[in-house]
Design a protein around this ligand. Sequence first.
Ligand SMILES: *[C@@H]1O[C@H](CO)[C@@H](O)[C@H](O)[C@H]1NC(C)=O
Ligand SMILES: *[C@@H]1O[C@H](CO)[C@@H](O)[C@H](O)[C@H]1NC(C)=O
Ligand SMILES: *[C@@H]1O[C@H](CO)[C@@H](O)[C@H](O)[C@H]1NC(C)=O
Ligand SMILES: *[C@@H]1O[C@H](CO)[C@@H](O)[C@H](O)[C@H]1NC(C)=O
Ligand SMILES: *[C@@H]1O[C@H](CO)[C@@H](O)[C@H](O)[C@H]1NC(C)=O
Ligand SMILES: *[C@@H]1O[C@H](CO)[C@@H](O)[C@H](O)[C@H]1NC(C)=O
Ligand SMILES: CC(=O)N[C@H]1CO[C@H](CO)[C@@H](O)[C@@H]1O
Length: 850
Amino acid sequence: MLSRYLIEFLLVVLAVLGSCSAATIDYDAHALIINGQRKIIIAGAIHYPRSTPEMWPDLIQKAKDGGIDTIETYIFWNLHEPRRREYDFTGNLDFVKFFQLVQQAGLYGILRIGPYVCAEWNYGGFPMWLHNTPGIQLRTDNDIYKQEMQIFTTKIVNIAKEAKLFASQGGPIILAQIENEYGNIMDGYGDAGKKYINWCAQMAVAQNVGVPWIMCQQDNAPQPMINTCNGFYCDQFKPNNAKSPKMWTENWTGWFKAWGGKDPHRTAEDVAFAVARFYQNGGILQNYYMYHGGTNFGRTSGGPYITTSYDYDAPLDEYGNLNQPKYGHLKQLHAALKLGESFLTSGNVTWKSFGNGVDLATFTNSSGARFCMLSNTDKSKDTNIDLEQGRKYFVPAWSVSFLDGCNKEIYNTAKLNTQISMMVKRIHNKEDRDVDGDGDRDAQMQQAPQLNWEWSPEAMKDTLQGKGRFKAGVLLEQKSTTFDISDYFWYMTSVNINETIWKSWNWKNATLRISTNGHALFAYVNRKLIGYQFSKQANTQQMVNGDDYSFVFEEPAVKLKLGANTISILSVTIGLANYGAKFDLKPTGLIGGSVQLVNNGQDTIDLTSSTWFYKVGLNGEVKRLYDPNSAKAKWVAEKLPYGRPMTWYKTTFQAPAGTDPVVVDLQGMGKGYAWVNGHNLGRYWPTEKADENGCTTFCDYRGQYSNDKCRTNCGNPTQRYYHVPRSFLNNNGTNTLILFEEIGGNTSTISFQIVTVGKVCGHAYLGSTLELSCQGGKEITDIEFASFGDPQGSCGSFKVGSYQATNALAAVEKACVGKQSCGIEISDATFELNNDIGVTSRLAVQAVCS
Ligand SMILES: *[C@@H]1O[C@H](CO)[C@@H](O)[C@H](O)[C@H]1NC(C)=O
Ligand SMILES: *[C@@H]1O[C@H](CO)[C@@H](O)[C@H](O)[C@H]1NC(C)=O
Ligand SMILES: *[C@@H]1O[C@H](CO)[C@@H](O)[C@H](O)[C@H]1NC(C)=O
Ligand SMILES: *[C@@H]1O[C@H](CO)[C@@H](O)[C@H](O)[C@H]1NC(C)=O
Ligand SMILES: *[C@@H]1O[C@H](CO)[C@@H](O)[C@H](O)[C@H]1NC(C)=O
Ligand SMILES: *[C@@H]1O[C@H](CO)[C@@H](O)[C@H](O)[C@H]1NC(C)=O
Ligand SMILES: CC(=O)N[C@H]1CO[C@H](CO)[C@@H](O)[C@@H]1O
């Protein structure tokens, strides 16, 4: 205890010392000026609730090592204030600790309060009580909303001020944001929208944070707000004030994924190209959205239909591993940009055009030294450019070269000199890695440990009998009625089939027809499940456009009986909308829909206006079956069901050894929720498959990126593996996995696995150093391919080209085998070159980590 007090004392001393070094943040059109120093900023987004406090230091350190100087995050209102005036800033909601870690790492921070955040986050970050406040209208000139927004913004600012988080107080935060992408949808609010955005600006300025405020995608942002750009490319963006710096708050490093969607990829070369073009064209701050995407734990994913993984193809993958080559290629870009900082911020630039989309920007710093960026924006034509000194520069299509002193190429966005890591998921137990006794650590060959399952049915006696907690003569709106505390909402009614109807109609063949706003429903008639349905498969574009998720459920051959018949409908949400004008008013559940019994398509009994009974949530949720310590849970091992809807499953397991990230493979299961030791991992849905069509094996980095380009994983489960952060696990004793299965699943193949580097590939040009490294203490055990010349193909399918040096394999084996990481200098000294080999020669290597 003593040492803890000592540490706390030291922290207090440090904080006091720290507060002396308050920074002034200023700007002009060419630089952010921090304590008088002219800077460009390279920022990366890491959302604190999408990982765990135990992961934060590693993520922040990796960002720093990757050349990021600023960490940006939104603030997530719905988690911080789940009920009005009840706040939560504990665990992974401790944003103060997050920014303190950012500062301890020597980085700056950007605080995007919103408080509307979009972010593919449930309801864009709005708490449901806000929506349910009488008289409120969100994101417009409405006094009730403005008051709540001001109270929450002030609360966050005050917490940040108390912790001295603003740079003006000696803290890390250099910029703050109010509202978010309002400019995109403002027209939908008419004049009230304009009034509102002006009010936002005044309210923010009055907070007196001592650092500049920004508004993203807000062309008409009132001064002193700095309007900023979001997008895949922002090189042509111009702020609305000549004195404002050109800033890019969201440079999308990849894209998010939807249930039913394919895996998106944005190449390292194209991200680097976009960033280089931005700074070449006078940009001074860009923020990778995301630098680490992470996981939508619990019920945090929005959409509807956003997956639990929020990997985003970001430089750090969902689990915090380096996503190579993107991470390393951007790291080198950042080093090149920082080398040019005094030039890029001088505002002294001249342009020379070589035609065909080839342009040279020459920056001169105040000492008169020069720095050049040579860009080729043509989508297919590579070029060789002769600069004054007679030196030729090979500039591939869709790339930018950085020329130190305007005569030495230090980086080109299309020339990858960094390793590609092929990540694998595997069963792994340190103790018995060498199962077949041949001296290899043959982890892949091992069987997953057998899991022993128990189960418990979801108790539905009450709801299948139509017993609810309250009733109404209409079909209610789901999210507002449930306050969104659960995905699940029961609609129940009874229909009396009297003698007259029974005789006149053929009720053996009735159809139940339900029209709903979604996102899924399970229909029961007289206690029997007659069918279920989900909103149609969505693709990401539909969600961005805020498409509706309504559908009509129709089940023929519904058996009715003379007298009272009970109809129970379990309506399910799958993440609430987070984008679009008035997205908050988008209905969920059966409101505005209808429920009908139809006889041979002719006669109809309309139940829409019947008396409906309601119940919020599952009984298992109320009994906390997901909590391994719940006293109310009754688990049995006998007759373990397969394919049974509405079933809870429970098992115990040992945590995989080591430090590599852990996932649970839920292949075989249908749809539901998973908890480890009571922590909600998020929705699982491995039966929801990605479209069969539209994938590519080869991905051309050249040309304008769109989120449909370079998709993979066609025909496979959208998400099969679910992240179990190490901090959720008990490394010594047992761990408990609990599942709630909606549609029916098979637990036999569920296993826990680690995610690690399986193979590494390298690709590097003459004059650079190729660095290869494994992860988690593993070593390079085998070189599967090494060729210096013009190797063809890509990682996993390299082939020798038309010429190669003779000693590449031996040289690489010597440098790398038996090591956790190695570096190979690509020079005349390393390889036996012959005359054929020119400036485009490169080394390609594929190695195994185990
Ligand atoms: C300008 O660049 C040169 C070469 O990199 C450097 O030595 C000098 O310090 C720079 N001047 C300023 C004012 O940063
Ligand atoms: C840009 O730098 C050059 C070389 O030092 C100098 O001649 C020129 O006056 C500068 N231009 C501006 C606008 O500062
Ligand atoms: C039977 O039900 C129908 C439809 O609700 C109603 O019109 C009719 O009056 C009922 N007949 C009797 C005998 O209750
Ligand atoms: C039931 O309905 C279907 C079409 O909706 C029809 O083809 C079939 O003949 C009907 N069966 C009976 C027994 O009425
Ligand atoms: C867990 O077990 C390891 C060795 O088996 C031991 O060194 C460590 O102290 C244990 N940790 C806890 C928290 O019990
Ligand atoms: C469950 O999955 C296992 C493994 O794929 C399979 O062998 C078994 O037949 C399945 N059980 C049922 C009831 O489908
Ligand atoms: C503001 C901005 O640059 N938006 C762009 C984001 O990216 C999409 C897809 O490339 C463009 O359509 C937008 O214009």
